[in-house]
Design a protein around this ligand. Structure first.
Ligand code: KG4
Ligand code: ZN
Length: 345
């Protein structure tokens, strides 16, 4: 059995996880989120410096959490992309240094494969095939996944503009709710009426080629225009109702398209992953619609939805167990890597 150490530094979370044979053995996480909040979004230079400062202590904390030593590590997996270039470089350099000093193989993995693999740590191996809805700050994709370690991932549809999480973050900014926007909107929406303000559901009725695609920039603009109109009338926007109506518009489209993709491809398992999967209204509506359609729904717990090191170790563990040849040391960070295989070759 190989103990795989996973490193995640693609955005503002420094994560280290340890996984063996499908089981999470230990993990630790540091976040520079608070340092970015004053700027309303992630500042790459600040994030990269924070990774440099946090990586050592987070590595120590993860090893302590797992009650293992560095010498027990049998393979290293690292997010090689996509993400912020300067942040990715920190993790990639650390992974190579560990690989050389411990004489263990290094696997350069795709960040989104990590989000998918996170679910295996709590719900076991993924059924082949399954439909995966990835909803994060940078991505929104409907994927047809077979063997995550071996097979090419099929993109059924992606967002044509903003990612779902990005839309949450931008609308939160418009409403003055702060960063990160997803949790802030979810909190504000609790007391709001989701049917109070009519907002568009882009591509919801699309039947052609773009039936599995998403678009959120029109929804963001519609929300901004509504706020402008209300303010021009000398009034203040109803933040709770707007937050609830916006959240409902996003989760309505996400869940309808995910269930439709399962039906069309005759797949009976839907997996929802990524930071936005931490949204309770999203999972509640997905549960309702999956139940009605006879589809079983899998969503990792919130702490495994947002970025972490365990999910990257989980991909490394799948690759090791599938006997996939490691990357070697001459790979580079790829900030705009498209997900085709878990291992970025
Ligand atoms: O997966 P993630 O941690 O980082 C990326 O890979 O992008 O996702 C972060 C995104 C942010 O846009 C954040 O606002 C959103 O996930 N998010 C949420 C919630 N928690 C985090 N969006 C909606 N509801 C939430 N509860
Ligand atoms: Zn992510």
């Amino acid at each position: 059995m190989t103990l795989v150490l996973g490193i995640e530094t693609s955005c503002d979370e420094t994560g280290i996880g340890l996984v063996a044979d499908g089981h999470l053995v230990g993990q630790a996480l540091a976040s520079s989120m608070d340092e970015h909040a004053v700027f309303g979004g992630v500042v790459p230079e600040v994030a990269a410096r924070a990774h440099l400062e946090s990586l050592g202590p987070v590595l120590r904390a993860a090893l302590d959490d797992a009650r293992v030593d560095l010498g027990d590590v049998g393979a290293v997996a690292v997010t090689a992309g996509p993400g912020l270039a300067s942040s990715l470089h920190v993790g990639v350099a650390a992974a190579k240094a560990l690989g050389v000093s411990l004489s263990v193989p290094v696997h350069a993995v795709h960040h989104l494969a990590g989000h998918v693999a996170a679910d295996t740590l709590v719900h076991g191996a993924l059924p082949d095939p399954c439909v995966v809805l990835v909803v994060s700050g940078g991505h929104t994709s409907l994927l047809l996944v077979r063997d995550l370690a071996l097979d090419e991932v099929v993109h059924l549809g992606d967002t044509l503009d903003d990612a779902a999480g990005e839309a949450f973050d931008k609308v939160a900014r418009i409403l003055g709710l702060g960063y990160p926007g997803g949790p802030a909107i979810a909190r504000a929406a609790v007391d709001g009426d989701p049917a109070r303000i009519a907002l568009p559901r882009a591509l919801a009725d699309e039947r052609g080629e773009r039936r599995h695609s998403f678009s959120f920039s029109g929804l963001k603009t519609a929300t901004a225009r509504y706020v402008e109109r209300v303010r021009a009338d000398g009034r203040q926007p109803e933040v709770a109702d707007l937050a609830a109506s916006f959240q409902e518009a996003v989760v309505d489209v996400l869940t309808a398209k995910a269930v439709a993709a399962c039906r069309e491809h005759r797949v009976d398992t839907l997996v929802i992953v990524g930071g936005v999967a931490a949204n309770r209204r999203l999972t509640a509506l997905a549960r309702e619609r999956c139940d009605a359609a006879g589809i079983s729904l899998r969503v990792p717990p919130p702490a495994l939805c947002t970025d972490n090191g365990a999910m990257i170790a989980a991909v490394g563990d799948l690759l090791v167990r599938a006997d996939v040849a490691p990357s070697g040391l001459d790979f580079a960070a790829d900030p705009s890597a498209v997900l085709r295989h878990s291992l970025i070759r």
